[in-house]
Design a protein around this ligand. Sequence first.
Ligand SMILES: *Cc1c(COP(=O)(O)O)cnc(C)c1O
Length: 412
Amino acid sequence: MTSPVWHPFTQHGLNEPVPLVTHAEGAALFTADGRRVIDAISSWWVTTHGHCHPRIMAAIRQQASTLDQLIFAGWTHEPAETVARDLVAMMPRPLDHVFFSDSGSTSVEVALKMALGHFANRGEDRHRIVVMEGSYHGDTIGAMSVGARGVFNRSYTPLLFDVDVIPFPEPGAEQATLDIFERLCADRPAALIVEPLLLGAGGMRIYAPSVLRDLRQLCAAHGVLFVADEVMTGWGRTGTLLACEQAGVVPDLLCLSKGLTGGSLPLAVTMATPDIFESHRSTDRATMFFHSSSYTANPIACAAAAANLAIWRDEPVLDRIADLTRRQAVQAQTLAGKVNNLRQIGTVVAMEFQDRSGSYLSDLGPRLLNFFREREVLLRPLGNTVYVMPPYCISDDDLARIYAVIDQALAL
Ligand SMILES: *Cc1c(COP(=O)(O)O)cnc(C)c1O
């Protein structure tokens, strides 16, 4: 019998195999048919320390035996209080307020609604959002509206709201991006939303920290809120806890998810400055922040996040990240000259394979996907862009194996 499951980003008409995974540990997935698969993309960018980290698993077990779920409007619980307190201590000031939701997409929706609500409550006529060309911020309608338009959202385009777009700051053309943004600032937009330093789903494109710093300064000069979507770049992926750190900038709104629970359970936060919190706070119930999901700040997910934050506090996580960054650079060198545009930021390495069409729907991507799957490596190319983003605990042998398989795939 065929499965009734409808998978995400999957063309069921192609009948590609869907491996059944029974358990995972560290950087390895184990399938029902007895194979050990190397998770070279951290299960779609979420797994940071490794699968089934003992401290996070223990926290989940413990929490599951005491409080499973609680309405979060007007009620609270210790795991959420701990996570919020620890996040404020860990993230840059003045991101002093923590709003919980349950995915990266919802953290972006929340950030956009907070930005618009902020100006509405202050009686300021600012309601446009500026975005960077090629960005990805999630798959809900609002998140798609601020993301790149393409084959992914063609059917929904008529429903997406209008945004202003600044070009991707290609090396050497950064000033054009800044000039266009400065011109757009004259129209008094509400916010600029960016993926700091690294555009993930848009093809693992890297841009200079100086651009991020200059965009942030323009936002401050023109009263535009600066929203950093660190859903993927957060939690050390780019070498620092936040990518924003490398540019020395602090956003007005910060979106975090994916590695927030170490990649174990769905949870997200949108962190906000006192200014944004205060514009919603009054004795007038009409200015409260009207947003909730049923599972806002689920206690078990919060316990997992609290354990993750404790790991960041008392284990040498940044040293592991520096070590993986160095090992990734060594491995990437084995492909130098064989692939196009080989690049790295922190723990992420990306490259382009030669392809005649170059589009996401070219058949190179699926052929590579199959090739990697057959060789027991989970890599999921974005069109002809192949990237390696492993959990920080990956062994030298597993990392070398990933690059050996990529090298073999060059003959495809
Ligand atoms: C993955 C991602 C999202 C969406 O997160 P979900 O949890 O999949 O909804 C948003 N922004 C960025 C930058 C992402 O990489």
